[in-house]
Write a protein that binds this ligand. Structure first.
Ligand code: TIU
Length: 223
């Protein structure tokens, strides 16, 4: 499937150009989705994010089958914490801080079990993984260069969490000229009301940051 088409979306249909579009899966890491990781240390119920696994799995399979590019991101820090601002480590009152030893290894540290992507969505060896120290995937990474090198101008954005890393990344992408389609059932938050608010912010004002759709609407044009 290489023909331009439209995907049912809000505030209006998304003009998909498959030859210029990448799937960007944000932070589907054990640290956010499984017990004992970063998300739980912040006081969250991580089971609230599990519903996005199946829509992402189906979409990823169809996207790969269509031969379209996919990139994965991971939030995390170097083992010596040199890329961790003290403001981030010291924020709030978590049960464990970034870099502390938890049941899945050191919390949110690159190379640890908890930092890696969940097995259900594990990247293939030729799929880039963007390791990022912050919430936005464009900040202190080579994501923009990687996308431009591939001629990518559109992004289908999925992953967690909707109002934090997904929203920050979509805003960064939008300001860099990328058109973003965010899938409501393939993104989730620890706070359902914030999930809905974050999606509403993206599509308000004629799509101020991008478009919102769902995985079935995109699969309809891929399959
Ligand atoms: N805490 C929370 O909702 N999210 C993050 O800290 N990172 C991401 O969203 N990936």
């Amino acid at each position: 499937m290489t023909k331009a088409t439209t995907v049912k979306a809000s505030p209006y249909d998304f003009p998909l150009q498959p030859e210029n579009c990448a799937l960007l899966i944000i932070d589907m890491q054990r640290d956010f989705l499984e017990s004992g990781g970063f998300g739980e240390t912040l006081g969250n119920d991580v089971s609230l994010l599990r519903s996005v696994i199946e829509p992402n799995r189906r979409l990823l399979a169809a996207w790969r089958e269509a031969g379209l590019p996919v990139l994965h991101t991971r939030e995390g820090h170097l083992p010596n914490l040199s890329d961790l601002p003290p403001s981030k480590r010291n924020r709030g009152n978590p049960s464990l801080r970034i870099g502390d030893l938890g049941p899945m290894g050191r919390i949110l540290i690159r190379g640890e079990n908890g930092h890696d992507i969940i097995p259900e969505l594990y990247p293939l060896s030729d799929e880039p993984i963007i390791d990022k120290p912050g919430k936005g995937a464009f900040t202190r990474t080579d994501l923009e260069a990687q996308l431009k090198a591939r001629g990518i101008s559109q992004l289908v954005v999925t992953g967690v969490t909707t109002e934090v890393c997904v929203n920050t990344t979509v805003r960064e992408a939008n300001d860099r000229g990328f058109e973003c389609l965010v899938l409501s059932d393939a993104t989730a938050s620890y706070f359902p009301s914030m999930h809905h608010a974050a999606l509403a912010m993206i599509k308000a004002q004629g799509g101020i940051f991008g478009w919102v759709s769902d995985s079935d609407s995109l699969l309809e044009v891929l399959l």
